[in-house]
Design a protein. Structure first.
Length: 259
């Protein structure tokens, strides 16, 4: 499980309240309808205020972006990407709003939408993570896994938003991605499980600056992650296997239990 860090960009993307998640979902959902094309500097086109009872592709996009706010304490739950704005989505929105100093009313109007868009980057990644951090370490980028590169990229985008929540809950501490997506060959060389969630781009091994692995594990328990490796390592494995049951690992796996 090797290390990697952010590659240099011509623009400091961490300081820009801009960007577009400019990548069309390839999971059979209209999740990213309304996103600008990759590389655009325009923000996601929220066309209405969202609240309980709303449904549609924009609600799916909202659910992706607040997925890391699934719970207020250790709980095996997640925000479904089903496009239906129900109580679980509203509660996640309220936690997000509180964390960012907004009125925690569960209504996603212009102020909340602006903060949501501040977490975007123009290439479809997020404010504090770049796609290259998640590339397979054998030079395959997002290729040669168990699903196509486009699907991997969208999976990674969704993972990034959960990691943005981990980062915020950790006091805006930097996160190092030790391992993200792995090609089949790289996974085998690394001794990974034959159906590792890394092969689909839905897992990462992370180190949070200034935090022990136990502290990171506890934070991750609130962020909608259904796969957590034991906190006895120098990194913390996190994945969203239950939300990707079609990949063959649809059961909760918190190796150290509820902490």
């Amino acid at each position: 499980m090797t290390t990697a860090r952010h590659f240099a960009r011509g623009i400091d993307r961490r300081t820009l309240l801009r960007g577009a998640a400019g990548f069309t979902a390839t999971l059979g959902l209209a999740a990213t309808a309304g996103l600008a094309t990759a590389g655009s500097a325009s923000a996601y086109g929220w066309s209405r205020t969202l609240q309980q009872g709303a449904s549609g592709a924009d609600v799916v996009e909202l659910q992706i972006r607040v997925g890391g706010w699934a719970a207020g304490s250790a709980q095996q739950t997640y925000v479904a990407w089903d496009g239906a704005f129900g109580p679980a989505t509203a509660a996640a929105v309220q936690r997000f709003q509180s964390a960012y100093g907004l009125s925690a009313d569960g209504v996603v109007g212009p102020a909340t939408q602006s903060v949501l868009n501040s977490l975007e980057a123009g290439d479809g990644s997020t404010a504090h993570f770049s796609f290259s951090e998640f590339y397979s370490k054998d030079g395959a980028a997002f290729n040669n896994g168990k699903v196509g590169a486009a699907t991997v990229k969208e999976n990674v985008r969704r993972l990034m938003y959960k990691l943005e929540a981990v980062r915020k809950k950790a006091g805006n501490s930097a996160i190092t991605i030790n391992s993200g997506f792995r090609s089949i060959a790289h996974n085998a060389a690394s001794g990974g499980a034959s159906n590792s969630m890394h092969l689909y781009g839905v897992a990462a091994d992370i180190v949070v600056s200034g935090h022990s692995t136990l502290q990171t594990y506890k934070i991750a328990e609130t962020c909608g992650f259904s796969g957590l490796e034991a906190y006895s390592h120098s990194w913390q494995h996190v994945d969203s296997r239950v939300q990707y049951a079609s990949y063959g690992s649809g059961s909760w796996w918190w190796e150290s239990g509820v902490v």
